[in-house]
Design a protein around this ligand. Structure first.
Ligand SMILES: Nc1ncnc2c1ncn2[C@@H]1O[C@H](COP(=O)(O)OP(=O)(O)OP(=O)(O)O)[C@@H](O)[C@H]1O
Length: 714
């Protein structure tokens, strides 16, 4: 027999099965692929067609004693790696998959018929009285076929009677079929789906459904499969979590990110957690960079340094260093710092963060105890009135709008507050210190004086927009000339965890007619989503502008375990239960670094980390910007630090009435009732953000009385 190597092409389904493998098995997969490439006929691989397969072109091969690879092949040389799974699961999969060329896209598709019928078996059987018709009763087989849905899928589609079932079902479909089904389920007509989804995906050439050589070369195949090139590239791809290469944009996401015709002005994209706002922002940056003339620049910005670092690495996943070299990825404070530094030179000042500033305000209020002002009130007045409107004099302060402040000040009080603010700023000057928000106000003042030629960017893309302060918006508006495709803004007011509420319109950013909302959650299971939504408690949230926004239509495609909510008599008992739960998750093959323990305060996070160490569980505090090493253990972090991240399992501890809301973070109601309401809402959002970081498992626990946000019965 001739000895020969094979080209191994990874299907997008492979990524998922690979992520689920134990860390000790993953390296074997790489070795397996290399062996296939050298000599697929090596005896140890045992490459063979399994018995009883629906498709004669399926093969299984041995990865080690317990694991098998499932492959498809149509020619002697090319093998498509569909999954690597434990022995029995692999054989089950092998007997249920088929392989086809899509009539519309001309691309190769792998379809798992077993998982399709599997997702439907959980549907409650309708009683005779309430026989509901199939969701797709109005769509004929011929229409499905024309739209590019493989005929093998159609019988299962006819068994779908509820939207719930659709969401679980589409997860297993090839990309075009998934988009078509989701849009039909949203009530689009067959004609509209054809025009918006199938026709744009159609290959211009004639499709011969037997010609795999031609199919291999088409873009649709290349999007869904990754050809293994050199080994270094392969191992890089396989070690990247959350890799952008595996994300195929939903039509709603794609329409926003890849639109060729320019947007006539700023665009706003909102949507609940996990709806792919960051993914859309990254793809938008790539699309803009791909057509950016030389000499022009793009800024990708967000609120914190940690998230800016994450965006940079995700952008590199998407477009390599060629892309990151063309994009300035910086958090907003750095952008402000750079602007001020360019104007006044470096190091003539040092910056103070919000916590330092707050401390200084409390000290000043204490020194002037006789006046009776609360440090928190003064801090907020400075940020939300003075810095937000760049108030520079007593007269300006007397006429400044105090909209949003919940306590009226008479002239005497205003005069007192203004002298304290002057004293506060004088002390900062004396110490050559600048508050981080004050710096943004200075930067905005500088940049607002420029003309268009001096504005450094052609495009600006903003993630986590809900947390930006008015001064940040003024600055960003001034950094890019007002023109087509100037600002692309993504955010979600439900996740606002800093006290910076404002409206885009008030900063000259008009998104009318260019606002979109994403509703499909790709991160969290339906069960976790439902539990998280309950935490919002029916409060009103804004749309980053003057309107309100709810999460209507927000849904998930994933199914999973019910989140656990549990109270404990003592903190020791709560943290012991935490250790036991983490052991349980590890038994389910969730690895240490895929687990996060979250607490409202650093002190509580520290206590949790110590309790885990005591129970023999490796744990690492995630505090600095630096992400911990992959083998450092379970991540323990605060609610602020976990923002923007995601984990397979999340345990939120200390959600007790005396910790959440954190008393220190909420102003006295009598000091300022609107500030009080905002403080409470922000604390609620912190809990919501933490819960929505969980992909598969969520546990929320407390000691004594539960937080009022949990609204659980005693
Ligand atoms: N079209 C898609 N197909 C598959 N996965 C997707 C898709 N879009 C997004 N995802 C995945 O869903 C998860 C959430 O995406 P992303 O972080 O962009 O959401 P987000 O809206 O910015 O979330 P948040 O506001 O909670 O930070 C990520 O793991 C991302 O890779």
């Amino acid at each position: 027999m001739l000895m020969s190597g094979a080209t191994v092409i990874m299907a997008d389904t492979f990524g998922k099965s690979y992520d689920a493998l134990d860390g000790s098995v993953q390296p074997l997969v790489l070795q397996f692929i290399m062996k296939m490439q050298q000599n697929k006929d090596t005896k140890g691989l045992n490459l063979k067609p399994p018995k009883g397969a629906k498709d004669a072109r399926v093969r299984t091969a041995r990865v080690n004693d317990n694991y098998r690879a499932v492959l498809m092949h149509h020619s002697q040389k090319i093998y498509y790696l569909v999954a690597v799974k434990p022995h029995d699961e692999a054989y089950d999969l092998a007997s249920n998959i088929i392989f086809d060329i899509n009539k519309v896209t001309g691309g190769i598709e792998v379809i798992n018929l077993g998982s399709l019928t599997g997702t439907l078996s959980g549907q409650p059987a309708p009683t005779a009285a309430e026989q509901t018709p199939s969701v797709f009763a109005d769509v004929s087989d011929a229409d499905f076929d024309k739209l590019g849905v493989n005929p093998a899928i159609i019988p299962a589609l006819r068994e779908i009677h509820s939207e719930e079932a659709i969401l679980g079902f589409v997860e297993h479909l090839p990309k075009l079929a998934r988009d078509v089904i989701l849009c039909l389920a949203d009530g689009w007509s067959v004609q509209k789906v054809w025009e918006q989804i199938s026709a744009p995906a159609a290959t211009p050439d004639e499709v011969d459904t037997q010609d795999y050589e031609a199919a291999n070369e088409r873009p649709a195949t290349k999007e869904a499969f990754v050809v293994t090139g050199d080994v270094a590239a392969l191992s890089r791809i396989m070690t990247e979590p959350l890799s952008a290469w595996r994300v195929f944009l939903h039509p709603a996401q794609r329409a926003l990110a890849e639109r060729k015709a320019p947007y006539k002005g700023p665009v706003r994209v909102t949507g609940g957690p996990g709806t792919g706002k960051t993914v859309v922002a990254l793809h938008r940056v790539k699309a803009l960079a791909d057509r950016l003339p030389p000499g022009q620049a793009i800024l990708l910005t967000t609120y914190t340094t940690t998230l800016a670092d994450l965006l940079r690495s995700l952008l590199e996943d998407l477009g390599g260093t060629q892309l990151t070299a063309r994009v300035d990825v910086r958090n907003i404070d750095k952008v402000a710092y750079g602007t001020v530094k360019d104007a006044f030179g470096a190091k003539s000042f040092h910056t103070l963060n919000d916590a330092d500033i707050r401390k200084r305000w409390e000290e000043l209020a204490d020194e002037h105890d006789e006046l009776g002002w609360d440090g928190r009130f003064l801090d907020a007045e400075w940020k939300q009135v003075v810095l937000a409107q760049d108030v520079r004099s007593r007269d300006q302060y007397f006429t400044a709008s105090r909209a949003g402040r919940g306590r009226r000040l008479n002239r005497i009080q205003r005069a007192q507050v203004w002298s304290l603010i002057e004293e506060f700023e004088r002390r900062l000057d004396r110490d050559k210190a600048v508050g981080i928000t004050q710096l943004a106000a200075q930067a905005a003042r500088i940049a607002s004086g420029w003309n268009d030629d001096a504005r450094p960017y052609r495009h600006i893309v903003v993630d986590e927009a809900q947390d930006l302060h008015p001064a940040h918006w003024k600055l960003l508006r001034a950094l890019v000339p007002a023109s087509e495709d100037d600002l692309f803004i993504v955010g979600d007011a439900h996740q606002r965890i800093y006290d910076n509420k404002t409206s885009l319109r008030s900063h000259g950013i008009d998104v009318v007619g260019r606002s979109k909302r994403l509703t499909l959650n790709y991160r969290t299971t339906r069960q976790i989503l439902a539990a998280s939504l309950r935490l919002l408690g029916g409060e009103d949230f804004d749309n980053l502008d003057d309107g309100t926004e709810d999460l209507g239509g927000y849904r998930s495609v994933l199914q999973g375990a019910t989140p656990e909510l549990a109270g404990h008599p003592t903190q020791t008992a709560e943290l012991q239960a935490l250790a036991a739960r983490i052991e349980g998750w590890k038994q389910e093959d969730i690895q240490d670094h895929e687990i996060a323990v979250v607490a409202r305060t650093n002190a509580l996070a520290e206590a949790a980390a110590q309790a885990l160490a005591h129970a023999g569980i490796r744990a690492v505090r995630v505090q600095s910007r630096q992400a911990p090493a992959a083998d450092a253990g379970v991540h323990v972090l605060t609610m602020h630090r976990i923002k923007g991240l995601e984990y397979r399992a999340v345990a939120i501890v200390g959600v007790s009435t005396d910790h959440v809301p954190q008393p220190n973070a909420v102003i006295d109601k009598d000091e300022d009732r609107l500030q009080y309401a905002r403080d409470l809402q922000r604390e609620r959002s912190l809990l919501f953000v933490s819960a929505t970081r969980a992909r598969e498992q969520l546990a929320i626990t407390w000691t004594g009385q539960p937080s009022p946000f949990l609204a659980v019965a005693d």
